[in-house]
Design a binder for this molecule. Structure first.
Ligand SMILES: Cc1cc2nc3c(=O)[nH]c(=O)nc-3n(C[C@H](O)[C@H](O)[C@H](O)COP(=O)(O)OP(=O)(O)OC[C@H]3O[C@@H](n4cnc5c(N)ncnc54)[C@H](O)[C@@H]3O)c2cc1C
Length: 442
């Protein structure tokens, strides 16, 4: 392997979603040299995922907003590095990008790093959630956005929060309404929160549009209900649904989409205080506040970076972000689950907690019974959070169960299960060792 000459730039932006694109455009238009790395083969992120073919009805949403963002990005003259996966930042301030198109690792030395890698979906474990045919609602939304058509068969959506309504409306728009939409909360039973939502007319208009589409479809919106288990039956999936009085019934479907909220994707990310260079997080990976906040937060991150690099005055919090934080708090209240119970409290023993490694609740319970194993020991010995997703799906749930089993434990320092060191993603040895003659110093 030859001596690596890093690519130099003022700012490296990670993530080509709304926040990253907004940040990169603002930085470049202010005269800084900017590189943007996006792991996928197109910009867009979670909300503005671009269609692989002709745009369909689901792409009408937000199209103008995205055009404005990419116009500014194009004016700024940035050539995005697509299929470049951010692996991490080393202690010398060198950022590693896995260039999946070329099969090599690109080393970048920026003066500042903006991390805008978005959110991840929260899905609560239930018996059967690992079965083929069960996916996340966000995953199904991406299929609709990229492919433009829904998968065949009956689709059941279950979980908590407004995203499931948006998905049901998109399916109805495409002529394939779900067989049912199961919601743990009941916004109709929270009139005070509904009144407070009126302060956010943009959100109200969006929600009204989705709800009108769902109510015009045959899909029942079953509020205050939970999907508690899934099992294979006669080549399909049988979902057990529990209503607010505790009565259960079964619904059959071919595909089940689960969703229990979103949370920042902060796995393996460098913290500012651990680094020699300026590191700023932007958008959903800093705080999951939705698309309106992500754009404002991207621009705010750019202004922060400029201030830090030029030792200018510090930047005040962004009003649009603060407003969306309040709006998300109202939405949280509106969709607060009706039963108020801890959904993980009554998990059957054989429920899979870690889908990558097939680790179960009873295996975790046995480890907890052994005594005072730390979360790190539970991770290493029990392989919770050690699979391909590195805990992105199971870490929160496992930590919640550990905390529930040890009610007296101090909350500080916050328990961590996932690994914080780079590489944030698996990388091949071949890519790490690839000849890097092409790497240049600019
Ligand atoms: C599943 C899902 C569904 C959502 N649906 C809605 C909705 O209906 N309405 C709404 O208002 N909001 C929704 N949100 C939230 C909304 O998507 C976000 O607020 C908005 O997209 C956030 O923009 P962002 O740029 O912060 O992140 P994103 O749009 O998620 O962009 C992050 C980008 O970073 C890239 N990336 C991640 N890791 C790496 C890496 N290691 N290296 C390189 N690139 C990387 C990703 O590929 C992605 O393109 C949803 C979020 C999720 C996760």
């Amino acid at each position: 392997m030859t001596e690596r000459q890093p690519l130099r730039c003022d700012v490296l932006v990670i993530g080509g979603g709304a926040a990253g694109v907004a940040a990169a455009a603002e930085l470049a238009l202010a005269g800084l040299s900017v590189e943007l790395a996006e792991q996928r083969d197109a910009l867009g992120g979670a909300y503005h995922r671009q269609p692989a073919g002709r745009p369909t009805a689901v792409h009408a949403r937000g199209r103008r907003q995205w055009s404005r963002l990419v116009d500014a990005f194009a004016r700024a003259g940035i050539a995005p590095r697509l299929r470049h996966v951010f692996l991490g930042l080393d202690s010398d301030g060198l950022a590693m990008l896995d260039d999946r198109a070329e099969g090599r690792v690109l080393v970048v030395r920026p003066r500042a790093l903006v991390i805008a890698v978005g959110a991840i979906e929260r899905v609560l474990p239930r018996p059967g959630w690992q079965l083929p045919g069960v996916m996340t609602a966000g995953g199904l939304q991406m299929i609709l956005k990229e492919g433009g058509s829904p998968p065949p068969g009956d689709i059941l959506i279950a979980g908590n929060g407004p995203l499931t309504i948006a998905l049901a409306a998109d399916l109805a728009r495409l002529g394939h309404p779900p067989v049912a939409l199961i919601e743990a909360g009941d916004p109709f039973a929270r009139p005070a929160a509904a009144l407070r939502l009126a302060a956010y007319p943009g959100l109200v208009a969006e929600a009204a549009g989705h709800l009108a589409r769902v109510f015009a479809s045959p899909t029942p919106w079953l509020r205050g209900e939970r999907l508690t288990a899934i099992e294979p039956r006669n080549g399909r999936l049988a979902a057990t649904i529990r209503d607010r009085r505790g009565a259960t019934r079964t619904l059959a479907a071919d595909l089940i989409a689960l969703h229990d909220g979103i949370r920042p994707n902060d796995f393996g990310l460098p913290a500012n205080e651990e680094s020699d260079i300026v590191v700023v997080r932007a958008g959903d990976c800093r705080e999951a506040l939705g698309i309106r906040a992500a754009i404002a937060d991207g621009r705010h991150a750019a202004r922060q970076v400029i201030a830090l690099l030029t030792q200018g005055p510090s930047i005040a919090d962004d009003d649009a972000v603060l407003r969306q934080r309040r709006a998300q708090a109202v939405l949280g209240d509106l969709f607060r689950p009706i039963d108020g119970a801890d959904p993980l409290a009554a998990l059957p023993d054989e429920t899979i907690l870690c889908r990558c490694e097939g680790r179960t609740f009873s295996e975790l319970r046995a480890m907890l019974a052994e005594g005072e194993l730390s979360p790190r020991e539970i991770r290493l010995n029990g392989r919770f959070g050690m699979g391909l997703c590195q805990g992105r799906f199971c870490a929160d749930n496992v930590l919640h169960l550990i905390a529930a089993a040890r009610p007296g434990d101090p909350a500080e320092p916050p328990m961590r299960l996932a690994r914080d060191r780079w590489p944030a993603r698996p990388v091949s040895i071949a890519a790490l060792a690839a000849d890097d003659d092409e790497q240049r110093e600019s």
